[in-house]
Write a protein that binds this ligand. Structure first.
Ligand code: GDP
Ligand code: MG
Length: 450
């Protein structure tokens, strides 16, 4: 599997201090394969790889990262930046919410192929605008080809708690839209969501129809709804819709499916429009703000393991970790202060349960058998015990005999057995640190995780 190959390459690259032409080649080949397997369109892949290579070459590798890990970081960041929105300093930021800056009613036009999820997303957006933005929302269906489609919108609109404007298959879509707009104005709606017909493939008549709708409605948002499971063809669909309409945003649906969702990268690149939301279930509340970072990890096919690497390196105080490693190396010994600082670093990584969220499915299932709340309480208790020790005791744990144990236990409000347990754990950790001779926190965390 890809993951195995990547991690093998990451290992092989360990100990080299710089990303070079020769060590980057194999890694990039794997990344290219990963993108193609995720159904990113070929021209988009080529572009992307070239950009990553330019960014990576010659880059110094920091701290305890290997060039392989550093490259995974670069690939992940570049992927996220390409699919997501960045501020003028180049930092990733959340996509803007639905734009409603128009004389009410603000019109939102939904476009996309049949089955992409337009009708479902229309209702999800209605709910979002009602719940989060306190808006009065009207929906209408311009899908006159399938009577069931109009009924479907009626049903899901009711679930959203919005109002539905009736239409019939005998009417022309543009007439329906005008009547709905008129009604929305008269009844002081803030937003009019216009659902439209789709075809199974791009066709001229359909494109003309949606262009006419756009001209008649002058929407403030024209959203392209696209199925995350759509394969290589997503790029052509996106091109066709972009040529027909001034798209203002994308909704990526069915991200809960098992595809790796490479369509996101192609569609973002081709349309230039921001991916605003992701559909995460069939249900009415299954809509989330698009998270480019998370989606990048998914495209790379590594679960969210990449994000995990990033979180670990961001959360860990590299300097403190290196100091710790140097200490062990110089024979200064690993004491309870170091043990405490490790416990605290675990916490600074965002807590155990947030790490659990990022593990790939199989690992998470296993880890899920652990009671996370209990584990976090445990960490707090350990901290409490160490805090009840004197500085001397922390530096020389061997001094801690029965009387001191009783005092420490009383101070921390725990039983003496718990103090014993902590000291045992510390002994084990100390042994491990000695064996590793300065391998650093990253290595140790790996060991602890394995
Ligand atoms: P339309 O033809 O573009 O209007 O597509 P629909 O809204 O009718 O959706 C087509 C199918 O996809 C329906 O069965 C929806 O329930 C399903 N669907 C839409 N969005 C999502 C999603 O985010 N996740 C999942 N699992 N199913 C979705
Ligand atoms: Mg529909």
């Amino acid at each position: 599997a890809l993951t195995d190959k990547l991690s093998r390459l990451v290992k092989e690259m360990r100990g080299q201090a710089r990303i070079t032409e020769s060590n980057v080649q194999d890694m990039l080949r794997e990344v290219r394969m990963a993108l193609l397997e995720a159904d990113v369109a070929l021209p988009v892949v080529r572009d992307f790889i070239a950009r990553v290579k330019e960014k990576a070459l010659g880059q110094e590798v920091l701290g305890s990262l290997s060039p392989g890990q550093a490259l995974v970081g670069i690939v992940n960041r570049e992927l996220a930046a390409t699919m997501g929105e960045v501020d003028d300093k180049g930092a990733l930021r959340a996509p803007a919410d639905i734009n409603l800056a128009a004389q009410p009613p603000a019109v939102i036009l939904m476009a996309g192929l049949q089955g992409a999820g337009k009708t479902t997303t229309t209702a999800k957006l209605a709910k979002h605008l009602i719940d989060k933005r306190r808006k009065k929302v009207l929906t209408v269906s311009g899908d006159v080809y399938r009577p069931a489609a109009i009924e479907q919108l009626k049903t899901v609109t009711a679930q959203a708690g919005a109002e539905w404007f009736p239409s019939t298959p005998e009417q022309k879509p543009v007439d329906i839209a005008r009547a709905a707009l008129d009604y929305a104005k008269k009844h002081f709606f803030d937003v009019l969501l216009v659902d439209t017909a789709g075809r199974l493939a791009i066709d001229e008549a359909l494109m003309r129809e949606i262009k006419d709708l756009h001209a008649a409605l002058d929407p403030v948002e024209t959203l392209f709804v696209v199925d995350a499971m759509q394969g290589q063809d997503a790029i052509n669909t996106a091109k066709a819709f972009k040529e027909a309409l001034p798209l203002t945003g994308i909704v990526l649906t069915k991200t809960d499916g098992d595809s790796r969702g490479g369509a996101a990268l192609s569609v973002r690149q081709v349309t230039g429009a921001p991916i605003k939301f992701a559909g995460v279930s069939e249900k009415i509340d299954g809509l989330e703000v698009f998270d480019a970072e998370r989606h990048a990890g998914r495209i790379l096919g590594m679960g969210d393991i990449v994000a995990l690497v990033e979180q670990v390196t961001a959360g860990v105080d590299m300097e403190a970790a290196q100091k710790l490693a140097a200490k062990v190396k110089s024979g200064d010994g690993f004491d309870l202060n170091d043990f405490l600082s490790q416990i605290q670093q675990m916490k600074s990584m965002g807590g155990l349960s947030s790490l659990l969220d990022k593990l790939p499915a199989q690992m998470a299932a296993k880890a899920g058998q652990v009671d996370m709340d209990k584990a976090e309480r445990d960490i707090r208790r350990k901290e409490g015990i160490i805090h009840s020790m004197t500085p001397l005791e922390r530096r020389k744990p061997e001094l801690i005999k029965a009387t001191r144990k009783r005092r420490i236990a009383a101070g921390a409000g725990v039983h003496v057995q718990e103090v014993n347990r902590l000291l045992n754990e510390f002994d084990q950790m100390q042994g491990m640190m000695k064996k590793m001779k300065g391998g650093g926190l990253m290595k140790m965390m790996k060991r602890m995780g394995g």
